[in-house]
Design a protein around this ligand. Structure first.
Ligand code: PGA
Length: 251
């Protein structure tokens, strides 16, 4: 059985003081070992988060990383830097990065390979826009994204990778894909990974859903056959709602 993985993408929220408050509230709750929990604060909060999370089962993740190793790239943060502050995971290819920073599948693929080579694990986001869904081309868009971001991966790479399916029209809008709509796309991604790798690899592959996940809809989404977790934005900024979502993942 696949483990459920719940990640909180804090986006550009919480300074160090607010980070300490949120992490301390989350720490009072010990995640059930059947569920893996990841928090992804902004870069400036990673060090304090790492210190406060020591000795807990909660994993630390970053929201992005540079594709460059080091050097004169003002404003960039490298893989080595993320590793040195104890990150286990790095989100790449979030739709906000694709949209506002023009990140391509190719760049996301390069970042994911570097993350894997460093021993950390990528959470790679894919998802269609409202326009693409309305045109009836969701399957083609997702297929192209998945093939692009996983290009050159081995089965061993896949085993350490998570894909988050995040329909762009559901992010931060309060509109959630219905559990069936989400599961259909998850099933497509699983089939595709079966074709690209093996059915055995596809069976074990963790696919998260993201897009307005909240305590009210988490349980139903997280009990669909192909949904193995959630990438949570807005609702992870308060301990109570994030914990309620984690509770919703319990079998
Ligand atoms: P949301 O964000 O839960 O606020 O919709 C999800 C995400 O962007 O990862």
């Amino acid at each position: 059985m696949r483990k459920k993985v719940i990640a909180g993408n804090w986006k550009m929220n919480k300074d160090v003081f607010e980070t300490a408050d949120l992490i301390n509230s989350l720490k009072s709750f010990l995640p059930n070992s059947e569920i893996e929990v990841i928090v992804c604060p902004p870069y400036t909060s990673l060090v304090i988060a790492q210190q406060l999370l020591k000795g807990t089962q909660i994993h630390l993740g970053a929201q992005d990383v540079s594709v460059r190793d080091d050097g004169a790239y003002t404003g960039e943060v490298s893989i080595k830097m993320l590793k040195s502050v104890g990150c286990d995971y790095v989100i790449v290819g979030h739709s906000e990065r694709r949209q506002y920073f023009h990140e391509s599948n190719e760049l996301i693929n390069q970042k994911a390979k570097k993350i894997l080579a460093s021993g950390m694990k990528p959470i790679i986001c894919v998802g269609e826009t409202l326009d693409e869904r309305e045109k009836g081309i969701t399957d083609q868009v997702i297929t192209a994204q998945v093939k692009g971001v996983l290009a050159g991966f081995t089965s061993a790479d896949l085993a350490k990778t998570i894909i988050a399916y995040e329909p762009v029209w559901a992010i931060g809008t309060g509109k959630t894909a219905t559990p069936q709509q989400a599961d259909d796309v998850h099933q497509l991604i699983r089939k595709l990974t079966g074709q690209l790798f093996s059915w055995n690899d596809a069976e074990k592959f963790v696919i998260q859903y993201g897009g307005s996940v909240k305590p009210e809809n988490a349980k139903e989404l997280l009990h669909m056959p192909n949904i193995d977790g959630a990438l949570v934005g807005g609702a992870c900024l308060k301990a109570e709602s994030f914990i309620a979502i984690i509770d919703g993942a319990k079998s």
